[in-house]
Each structure stands twice: as structure tokens, then as C-alpha cells.
Ligand binder design. Structure first.
Ligand SMILES: C[S@@+](CC[C@H](N)C(=O)[O-])C[C@H]1O[C@@H](n2cnc3c(N)ncnc32)[C@H](O)[C@@H]1O
Length: 204
């Protein structure tokens, strides 16, 4: 980011109520409020069991999970995360063999993905990048989500969304779109909230 752009970004941040609230309430990022809103509307976080948070750095969603649940928490991110209690963390790429090994033989009651690619600003390209990540995340869901478990993923709107939603509808009793108030209006991101995983797929 250019020096002038960074300066403007910092000025905008200081006016952002969710950024200021996160600072005041001790959350690592304003994204905490997105998960709080999702939880308040859909009640997807289990009280116990196992929860997987993909793209978990810097850890704001982990902080929220710890507030709502006593579940064992697992997280993966490309970036290192400042120490946070009781998190089983893998620093790595979700496409890596290490990620497969990390998840092997585990089952989760909830899988979250707030993963975002390095955005270039071109809406079409950014959409395709996040959809490639979303396909990988769906593989994890099919392999590691418990029957009746829940799944929530961030997507940038675009051409491949309809097909992705159709796939998720095959595996979940309910699939809803949600744009939290804390998600910036300028961003084309939204969340897909999928509840009640059905292990056996419908055949045509
Ligand atoms: C918006 S941030 C997540 C914020 C997080 N939910 C929180 O509340 O702290 C998106 C994260 O996705 C991670 N990410 C992007 N591509 C990834 C990949 N291929 N494997 C693992 N993590 C990835 C980034 O490193 C970044 O930390």
C-alpha cells in the first residue's frame, strides 16, 4: 500500500465504530462482530465438541468461540498467531499435506471459514480466488464434519456462487445467505450459513 493510501486507511479505521469497539472490548480484529452477529441470528456454535476455524489469524473468531463455547478449538492459517489459550493451531496452507495430517481422524461439530485470499482489487479475480479456497474448504467439510454439524463460510459474490450454493444444498438441511452489519457495505463479501449436515448425499 502506498504511504498516502495507508494514511487514508488509518483515518477511515479511526472512524469505524466496529474497529473502535473491538479495541475497547479486547478483540484482535473487528471481524469478531461478524461471528457474533452470525451466532445471534443462527445459533451455530456448539456448547461442546470440536470446532475448526480455517483462516483463523489474528484470532478474533477464536476469542468469540471461547466466549460462547467450551468446545476444543482447532485453527489453521498461513500466518502465525499470537499465543491464545487452548487453541490447537497449525501454521500452514489449507492446500498442504500438513493440513490433511493435522485434521486426520478428527471430527468437528462446526467448521468456520473466514479465509480470504490476497485481494488484487479486481472483483472477478478476487471472486475466483476465494472460490478456489471455498472448494477446498468444502472438501474438508465433507471429510471432517460430524453428521448434523454446521458450517459457515465467507464468499465474495460473483459468477460461481450459484453453483457453490447448489453443492452445499445437497449436503445441508438449511443454507442461508447473511451479510452482517459489521461487514463493510463497500465489500461484496457475504457469509453462507449451512446448518444440519446430512452425511448421505442425495442421488439423482
Ligand atoms: C480475514 S482473515 C481471518 C480473520 C479471522 N476470522 C479473525 O477473526 O481473526 C483471513 C485469513 O485467511 C488466511 N488465509 C488465506 N489463504 C489461506 C490459505 N491458503 N491457508 C490458510 N490460511 C489462509 C490469511 O492468512 C488471513 O489470516
Amino acid at each position: 500500500m502506498k504511504r498516502r493510501d495507508k494514511h487514508q486507511w488509518m483515518k477511515d479505521r479511526m472512524k469505524d465504530p466496529f474497529f473502535l469497539k473491538a479495541k475497547k472490548e479486547g478483540y484482535r480484529a473487528r471481524s469478531a462482530y461478524k461471528l457474533i452477529e452470525i451466532q445471534e441470528k443462527f445459533n451455530i456454535i456448539p456448547k461442546t465438541g470440536n470446532v475448526l476455524d480455517l483462516g483463523c489469524a489474528p484470532g478474533a473468531w477464536i476469542q468469540v468461540l471461547q466466549k460462547f463455547s467450551k468446545a476444543s478449538l482447532f485453527g489453521i492459517d498461513l500466518l502465525e498467531i499470537a499465543p491464545i489459550s487452548n487453541l490447537n493451531f497449525l501454521k500452514g496452507d489449507i492446500f498442504s499435506e500438513e493440513a490433511n495430517n493435522f485434521l486426520q481422524n478428527k471430527k468437528f461439530n462446526l467448521i468456520l471459514s473466514d479465509i480470504a485470499p490476497n485481494c488484487c482489487g479486481n472483483k472477478r479475480q478476487d471472486h475466483l480466488k476465494i472460490m478456489a479456497l471455498a472448494d477446498r474448504v468444502l472438501e474438508f467439510v465433507l471429510n471432517y464434519l460430524e453428521e448434523s454439524g454446521n458450517f459457515c463460510i465467507k464468499i465474495f459474490d460473483g459468477s460461481d456462487v450459484t453453483e457453490y450454493i447448489a453443492s452445499t444444498r445437497t449436503f445441508f438441511k438449511s443454507v442461508k445467505f447473511f451479510k452482517p452489519k459489521s461487514s463493510s457495505k463497500e465489500s461484496n463479501e457475504f457469509y453462507l450459513v449451512c446448518s444440519n449436515f446430512i452425511k448421505t448425499t442425495k442421488t439423482d
